[in-house]
Write a protein that binds this ligand. Sequence first.
Ligand SMILES: C[S@@+](CC[C@H](N)C(=O)[O-])C[C@H]1O[C@@H](n2cnc3c(N)ncnc32)[C@H](O)[C@@H]1O
Length: 202
Amino acid sequence: MAPAQHYFSEQPDPPSAPRTIRVRLPDVELDLVADAGVFSGRQLDTGTRILLKHAPPPPVEGDLLDLGCGYGPIALTLARRNPARQVWAVDVNERALALVERNAAAAGLSNVTACLPDQLPDPVRFAAIYSNPPIRIGKPALHALLLRWLARLAQDGAAWLVVQRNLGSDSLARWLAEQGYPTRRLHSERGYRILAVDPREP
Ligand SMILES: C[S@@+](CC[C@H](N)C(=O)[O-])C[C@H]1O[C@@H](n2cnc3c(N)ncnc32)[C@H](O)[C@@H]1O
């Protein structure tokens, strides 16, 4: 039997069915192309919208990371809001990465680089990480993923994650704190939490 397809497949099987997603935020308007086989390829995800409306600006100078970028709504919003910064958009889904490149070009955003995790140069550190993380990859993989990228925060950098309460946001916050990443609930809305992972917090 063929393995099940997920939005986090490296090369999704479903035939391409591009679709325009309208991102409408108080300060940013973007029309992005999404596709079958990519997370939330029919509309802007509710959690992503909440993250983009409530997560604060980066706390320090430096590059930004969208961890698990999908077709790029977070990365491209960050790039529009922070035109002088380099935004890294990382995903394992190659169809998603191609969409980010296409969407960045169409929006005239030259400060976005889409790449596979292992392609991101080792020395790069992040002033901030913004993520709607792939909870469905399972707890051990999710934990490893977060530890891998949080270790690359610059001094005084911070991360904001949107996680559904019924998918374990509160236990994830506790686990992050136990790993040495002070984490608090920044915002709660419609069953989603924004977790602020902020080493500057006591
Ligand atoms: C919940 S989706 C969010 C997508 C997009 N940021 C959005 O808001 O629409 C999580 C994304 O993480 C990606 N992902 C899964 N495993 C990953 C890994 N090990 N490294 C980076 N991204 C991964 C998935 O392919 C998926 O696109």
